[in-house]
Structure formats: structure tokens, C-alpha cells
Design a protein around this ligand. Structure first.
Ligand code: NAD
Length: 360
């Protein structure tokens, strides 16, 4: 048995977590699930949205499957999702985007993997607010040392890109490509404009690529990459990006592949990994047994591959693909008409997937 932490989340989290758990168990993967709480519901009971036991459980088991957690806007606790990534140093965000027959999309040939750096760049959280003393000091220093000037009414966000973090994420992309039998890694940047941050990213990408002669390497400027992905997505394979471009292109690629309902993901560090859907907690659907469990189940497929249970992963992915292709026992969002009365609930879609697993 493999011990794995199951973070059930809030909103629609507990329903899709249960659906995913049942489907994964049906593959015979022999997982010893260790449920752990996080989010708004446990906050009400214990006063903290992320109990220490939850963090300890992930650290002990090294692998977690996590359902979504609500981040209240404006007040309340800060994002548990961001906190988990930072505390556990989950530096790589992995998002495969794939076409499945039966999923409505403008494209039928998508098979891309986004590898996003999670810790640096404009999302490092190093910011200086307009009008503050520190900001005025920084602006003064910059204006004394640079030809270009910043006006005093500016706010500033800093974009750090380091050799260490870039090496680590580009190596991760190549190792992933090698392990998954993929042919090419594309490094995305804007090195022509930001020479000392994205320029460094590109230089380090090229250096790391030299260690992987078996995998093709190329680079693309981010704006061109967006157009190319829309026009010729079949040219691309594994795409590695700094944090900000990675965030934007993840959603672009999720859209190419069929949208949030089917977009899985993972946040991975040196030792720990958390697998989770791209979508959020959709609070308005909480407790209705209505939403699509596919994204979390496909995150479970990624998790099974990560722990070496490849046969079980294939079984589960084939079963999901079969149910989606049939289009019968699927949730409302997968029907051509969202009001289709034949749409099934979250747990019934899981039942249909389990039936397909049994038939294999
Ligand atoms: P959301 O993804 O929760 O929902 C947006 C809309 O997408 C929903 O109203 C619904 O129509 C649709 N949708 C989402 N998941 C679906 C599913 N499984 N099946 C069918 N339809 C689905 O995004 P949001 O409303 O912006 O965020 C809600 C909360 O979730 C926020 O507090 C946000 O911060 C949080 N969030 C958490 C995570 C995470 O836990 N990793 C990720 C994103 C957002």
C-alpha cells in the first residue's frame, strides 16, 4: 500500500475528491488514503484554514491529491494554495493539455505540457506601493543610476530571475520530457526586451539543453508563442516558462484542450508533489453533486504516473476517455446543451468511469 494525503478542500472539493478517490481505487492501485483538511470549512471548526497536521501529512507521505480551496477576496485568510506551494517549495507547476474525443473544443489535436516556474519573476511578491517612502527611495536610486527615469507617481513590481531557479525548472522540463518519452522542449521568454532577466533565462535554458542531446530544444519569444499555439499547436510538445508567462499560457493551453472541466495539474518540488485540478472551488455548486470530476481524476492519473503506477494510470485515463467519448454519462458542462436533462451528477460520472475500468 502507498500512503497518500487526500486534501478534500472546500466548495465542490469534497465531492470531486470522493469521486477521484473511488476511481483511483478501482484501478487496484492500492493506495492508503490519509484524509487531511484545508480551507473555509475547517477554518470554521479549528480557527485555521491549514492545520499543521495537513502540512505534516504531505511532508510525511511526499505525495498528495488536493481538491480546490476557496480564497476569499479582500479579507479572510491568504491563499492556501499559494501558501502550500511556497511552504513546501513546490517550484514546478505542471499542466498537461490534451484533446479527448467528446470534449468540445475548437481543436482536436492538442497534446502539450506546460512547465511553469512557480517561485520567481513578477510573482515573487516584491512590490513597492506608489507614494510610500521606500518606493521614493528606490525610485531615487534608480534615477541616479539609470539613463531611463521612473516618475514619482509610479508603483513598482520587481522581476527576479536567478540562475539557480532557471536551471532547476529547465532541468525539470527535460527530465519530464525524457521520462514521458516526449520529443522536444521549447523555452519561452522575452529576452529581446528584458535582457538581464529573460536574457538570463534563455542563456541558462540553452546551457541546460546541452545536457539532453536526445531531446530537441528550441526557444520562442512569448508573443510569437501565443500566436503559434493558436495556429500550429501540433508543432509544440513540452513548453517551459517563467512564472508570469507560464500562468497566462497555462490558461491559453487549457482553452485549446477543452477548458477547465478537463484540465489537470500538479505542483512539484524536489521531494514533494501535490496533484490538483486547474479549476477552483466553484462555491455556487457546492453540495449539488453537479460538477465535472474529470480534471481531478486526470490529476490522479498524473499522480499514479508520478508514483510509478503506470498500468493503473493508463487504465484510469482510458476509462475517462471512453466515458467522455461516449458522451452519455457525463456532467452538464460536457453536454452540447448545458441544460440537457440527461446530464448525470458527479458521483454517477465516477460510477461510469469505474464501470469502464472493470471492463478493461
Ligand atoms: P472556479 O474554477 O472555481 O469556477 C469558475 C466557473 O467554472 C464555475 O462557476 C463553473 O461554472 C466552472 N467550473 C469550475 N470547475 C468546474 C467543474 N469541475 N465542473 C464544471 N464546471 C466547473 O473559479 P473561481 O470562481 O474564479 O474561483 C472560486 C474559488 O476557487 C476562489 O476562491 C478561487 O480563489 C479558488 N481557486 C482555487 C484553486 C485551487 O484550489 N487550486 C484554483 C483556482 C481558484
Amino acid at each position: 500500500m502507498t500512503d497518500i494525503t487526500l486534501i478534500t478542500g472546500d466548495g465542490i472539493g469534497p465531492e470531486i475528491a470522493e469521486a477521484a478517490r473511488r476511481c483511483i481505487d478501482a484501478t487496484g492501485a492500492e493506495i492508503n488514503w490519509q484524509p487531511a483538511l484545508a480551507g473555509a470549512d475547517v477554518m470554521k471548526q479549528t480557527g485555521t484554514p491549514l492545520p499543521d497536521e495537513t502540512i505534516e501529512s504531505v511532508k510525511k507521505n511526499a505525495v498528495a491529491l488536493k481538491a480546490p480551496i476557496t480564497t476569499p477576496v479582500g479579507k479572510g485568510f491568504r491563499s492556501i494554495n499559494v501558501y502550500l506551494r511556497q511552504t513546501l517549495n513546490l517550484y514546478a507547476c505542471l499542466r498537461p493539455c490534451k484533446s479527448y474525443k467528446g470534449v468540445r473544443s475548437r481543436y482536436s489535436n492538442i497534446d502539450l505540457v506546460i512547465v511553469r516556474e512557480n517561485t520567481e519573476d513578477l510573482y515573487a511578491g516584491i512590490e513597492f506601493e506608489k507614494g510610500k517612502d521606500d518606493t521614493a527611495e528606490l525610485i531615487g536610486w534608480i534615477n541616479r543610476h539609470c539613463d531611463r527615469k521612473i516618475t514619482p507617481d509610479s508603483g513598482i513590481s520587481i522581476k527576479p530571475i536567478s540562475v539557480r531557479a532557471t536551471e532547476r525548472i529547465v532541468r525539470f522540463a527535460f527530465e519530464y520530457a525524457r521520462k514521458m518519452g516526449r520529443r522536444k522542449v521549447t523555452s519561452v521568454h522575452k529576452a529581446n526586451i528584458m535582457k538581464f532577466s529573460d536574457g538570463l533565462w534563455l542563456e541558462v535554458s540553452r546551457e541546460v539543453a546541452k545536457n539532453y542531446p536526445d531531446i530537441e530544444f528550441e526557444d520562442r519569444i512569448v508573443d510569437n508563442m501565443c500566436m503559434q499555439l493558436i495556429q500550429k499547436p501540433e508543432l509544440y510538445d513540452v513548453i517551459v516558462l517563467p512564472n508570469l508567462y507560464g500562468d497566462i499560457l497555462s490558461d491559453l493551453c487549457a482553452g485549446l484542450g477543452g477548458g477547465l472541466g478537463v484540465a489537470p495539474g500538479a505542483n512539484i518540488g524536489e521531494k514533494l508533489a501535490i496533484f490538483e485540478a486547474t479549476h477552483g472551488s466553484a462555491p455556487k455548486y457546492k453540495g449539488q453533486n453537479k460538477v465535472n470530476p474529470t480534471a481531478l481524476i486526470l490529476s490522479g492519473v498524473m499522480m499514479l504516473r508520478h508514483i510509478g503506477k503506470t498500468a493503473e494510470a493508463d487504465k484510469l485515463e482510458n476509462a475517462v476517455a471512453a466515458v467522455v467519448a461516449e458522451g452519455k454519462n457525463v456532467t452538464y458542462d460536457m453536454k452540447p446543451d448545458r441544460n440537457d436533462p440527461t446530464a448525470v451528477g458527479t458521483s454517477q460520472m465516477a460510477d461510469a468511469i469505474i464501470e469502464k475500468i472493470k471492463c478493461q
